[in-house]
Design a protein around this ligand. Sequence first.
Ligand SMILES: Nc1ncnc2c1ncn2[C@@H]1O[C@H](COP(=O)(O)OP(=O)(O)OP(=O)(O)O)[C@@H](O)[C@H]1O
Length: 263
Amino acid sequence: MLEIKHLTKRYGRNEAVLQGLDLHVEGNSVVAIVGASGAGKSTLLRCINRLVEPSSGSIKLNGHELVNLKGGDLRRARRKIGMVFQGFNLLDRLTVMENVLAGRLGYLSLYQAVMRRYPPADIERAFTLMERVGIAHYANKRADELSGGERQRVGVVRALMQEPDVLLADEPTASLDPRTSEQIMVLLQSLASELSLPVLINIHNVTQAKAYTERIVGLRHGKMIFDGVPADFNQDALDAIYGGIESPDESSGDGDAEQGALP
Ligand SMILES: Nc1ncnc2c1ncn2[C@@H]1O[C@H](COP(=O)(O)OP(=O)(O)OP(=O)(O)O)[C@@H](O)[C@H]1O
């Protein structure tokens, strides 16, 4: 379980971008984090995996406090936090298998890591997961030879190789075409249930958030102003979250009408 209490993040002397956020997420639930650009969605995920230092508050994963961890304790805690990125963050010149196995690096000794000596159990797990998401036949292909959807599957498997207690996905579908993004959302949803894993997904596409998650958290200026099931995420909620703010999709003119109004 992920328990966030009174989480505040201030960059330098600027106004706090997260303002005393409280959020509890149980295993197995898929939560969409929505909000206009700059609302604090990425900062929230980055505080959880401690890529960003929270200014104050508490973040507990299965009872273990993550805030203030340092050195080896932080590295060990991070192994339990899987992360999936918008841009996939793969090593393009390496094979799919090598990228996937990189998810185990945090568990290897320095010698094993330098020599890339993965225990047989890791390789077996890699194949099982790659088969599960339909990329096992690409194991020896270079990552840059795959399509966006396939690359994101590699990113998901790499994160799952960590045997995470929580999976964080920062705009995991934003670089994908609509059909492929739906497939990735379905995949995340099924994996959460199969692995009993809480999954937090930052997402701009409200239609997908409603269709593929069971809870939506809406942020505005670093405050949670909606927390409920998709059925309750109505036009009022949308207006409260985005009202008066030009959405990035509208401003970039790429025609994603799904953010500004409900279908
Ligand atoms: N490293 C940083 N230093 C200073 N300010 C930052 C930093 N990272 C983010 N911010 C600011 O914090 C605010 C929240 O940013 P954040 O990236 O968390 O928003 P977001 O909701 O994820 O936006 P987007 O949807 O555009 O990714 C923004 O005003 C941003 O400019």
